[in-house]
Design a protein around this ligand. Structure first.
Ligand code: F6R
Length: 245
């Protein structure tokens, strides 16, 4: 695993954007696996700046997002489709029909998940998967459990995830209780993985995920088995890692 310890969130975001940019430049028709949440926002801002400067071309890029709330439409301000449009897709020249997010409006979970697995297969798999890390160790919405779910599935969100994500909603009751998410196998099949973490509140889980036992109780710990993982974080988030390694 490669680790980049940066002084703050801005520097970590810039580093992450550099790694994503390198992928786009070296493989213009790459497939990016993308994430939402606070962690990648800064990296998306840098990518937009680089596109505006003429240094990046997204015209051949395809993207597949990790997850989507079940029950939210793409134009709902809290949906992950909306997040991607308003943080990245609307500001670069990516073809919208080459951007994929699970269909939150499909009520039939099996149908929604099978369709998404088929999309991931049809684009030829993911070249670079960007991830954030939940406080409970989740990646995508793969919550702690007794086993690793392989492919896209419908999850009941953990209470801690609902708590963490309520900041994006008016009130906690508005946070959807279920989501569609890529599974661990979908994530592990990505050729490269880039995980971005920041803030002291992530320090414990970062140490657990990357230095602790590999267990579905800490879903991100499975990344220890991937051959090409880059962890980018600020000093606060990585502060307990050095001691545990
Ligand atoms: C988002 C996602 C989640 C987040 C995680 C961390 O698409 O899949 O796993 O990456 O909840 O969220 P932040 O970055 O807001 O701390």
């Amino acid at each position: 695993m490669k680790i980049f310890c940066e002084k703050d969130y801005q520097a970590a975001s810039r580093r992450a954007a550099n790694i994503i940019s390198a992928m786009i430049i070296s493989k213009p028709d790459c497939v990016l696996g993308l994430a939402t949440g606070s962690s990648p926002v800064g990296a998306y801002e840098y990518l937009v700046k680089r596109y505006e400067a003429g240094d990046l071309d997204f015209s051949l890029v395809t993207s597949v997002n990790l997850d989507e709330y079940k029950g939210l439409s793409g134009d709902n301000g809290q949906s992950y489709r909306y997040f991607m449009d308003t943080h990245l897709f609307n500001y670069v020249n990516i073809r919208k029909d080459h951007t994929f997010v699970p269909d939150g409006l499909e009520p039939d979970s099996q149908k929604a998940c099978e369709a998404y697995n088929q999309i991931i297969r049809s684009v030829g798999g993911v070249d670079l998967q960007l991830l954030g890390l939940g406080h409970n160790g989740h990646i995508g919405f793969n919550e702690p459990g007794d086993f690793f779910e392989k492919e896209t599935h419908c999850v009941d969100l953990a209470a801690s995830t609902i708590e963490a994500n309520k900041r994006f909603f008016e009130k906690e009751e508005d946070v959807p209780r279920q989501a569609y998410t890529m599974g661990i196998q979908n994530i592990m099949f990505a050729r490269k993985i880039l995980i971005v973490v920041s803030g002291e509140a992530k320090a414990d889980i970062v140490a657990k995920a990357f230095c602790g036992p590999i267990t579905p109780q800490v879903p991100a710990s499975v990344l220890q088995l991937h051959k090409d993982v880059t962890l980018v974080g600020d000093q606060a988030a990585l502060s307990k890692l050095e001691k545990s390694m």
